[in-house]
Design a protein around this ligand. Structure first.
Ligand code: BYC
Length: 306
């Protein structure tokens, strides 16, 4: 069969190729959730654009939040190549039938949270998404290449914010530490449930959508981040974190996955607020979509007449 042979050969599946329905469904589910995460992800940081501490910081943050909107658009476009409709995906998000990343249901209480999101959340996103550049589905993998380049800039801007704060006044240091204390565990939960409780991993890895398991990527993130925290002079809020010579990895404390379940089930600190804001933004933007459609129809009619 063409599909199986292609995957066995590490080839790429393209939109018009034949593929099993279950492969298509698995991809639509993941790409849609990913797209939704990017656009909901604009909210926690967007909250600080008007309060960024300098013009430079404001300009950088605006560019970053705009990048996240762009990522959402590439991903909705990638999902559409699988035969789904963007309006329908948005409807599923707005009615709670499709998920978005748990991480965006936490509040951004101080400016340092913008640094912690860049460093930890975008850092986790890179670790999760670099292997997705090799995803067996072509349009998703290609979208990820550009997304990862931009995420890498985002991660550095977060690190630089925290570096400035952690080398600042005692109050600034405390603010940076507090942000890291609040974002560390939720960032680890971004990688999903432990492998033993991850219903989609086995099939997703067999089909070359995911290349590594949730726990493997979580470990990779921890190993990468501990030395960075030392460079920042900030501690990570896990007393059990220590290098394990035998394993060649950091050991870490147990993650409270009941918190992930709660947040994913809609009971996180900001779920209701994030969703209400998203639905309102969509409704407020209806006139823009109508105007764009009317303009496109006019252009098409003009081209047809010429
Ligand atoms: N939050 O079988 P599993 C970003 C769900 S964007 C919410 O392990 P899978 C950024 C999962 O969907 C960040 N839900 O699933 C943006 C499934 O539910 P359903 C988003 C979660 O797919 C702006 C169920 O739990 N990144 O970084 O094999 C600014 C069972 O899980 C979560 C992506 O979407 C969670 N944390 O693995 C800054 C990357 N974890 O569908 C940054 C692409 C699990 O059965 N996605 N669930 O109802 C992936 O790599 C994978 O989908 C995941 C989960 C690793 C997230």
């Amino acid at each position: 069969m063409f599909f199986e042979e292609l995957l066995a050969d590490d080839g790429r599946v393209e939109p018009r190729d034949e593929m099993p329905d279950a492969y298509r469904r698995l991809l639509v589910r993941q790409i849609a959730q990913h797209a939704h995460s990017e656009i909901i992800g604009m909210q926690p940081e967007g909250n600080w654009i008007s309060r960024a501490p300098s013009l430079r910081r404001k300009a950088i943050l605006m560019a970053k939040v705009q990048d996240e909107a762009g990522h959402g658009l590439y991903l909705y476009a990638a999902a559409e190549t699988l035969g789904v409709d963007r309006e329908d995906l948005l409807d599923q998000l707005h009615t709670g039938r499709q998920k978005y990343s748990s991480i965006f249901n936490y509040p951004t209480l101080t400016w340092a949270d913008v640094g912690a999101i860049g460093w930890l959340v975008d850092g986790a996103a890179i670790v999760n998404q670099v292997p997705l550049c090799r995803c067996s589905y072509g349009p998703y993998g290609r979208a990820m290449v550009r997304v990862c380049k931009e995420e890498s800039f985002h991660q550095r801007q977060g690190f630089e914010i925290l570096h400035t704060l952690s080398h600042g006044t005692p109050a600034q240091q405390a603010m940076a530490q507090d942000a890291v204390d609040r974002y560390w565990w939720p960032a680890l939960m971004m990688f999903g449930p432990p492998d033993a409780d991850s219903p989609h991993s086995a099939q997703s890895m067999a089909w070359g959508i995911k290349r590594f398991s949730n726990d493997e990527l979580r470990q990779r993130f921890i190993d990468m981040t501990v030395p960075q925290s030392e460079a920042l002079g900030l501690s990570l809020p896990d007393p059990d974190l220590r290098w394990n010579e035998e394993r060649g990895h950091y050991d870490s404390g147990a993650i409270d996955f009941t918190e992930l379940t709660e947040v994913v089930s809609g009971r996180g600190p900001c779920n209701a607020q994030r969703m209400a804001h998203r639905v309102k933004a969509h409704e407020d933007g209806a006139w823009v979509r109508e105007a764009a459609s009317a303009y496109a129809a006019k252009q098409a009619a003009r081209e047809g007449a010429a």
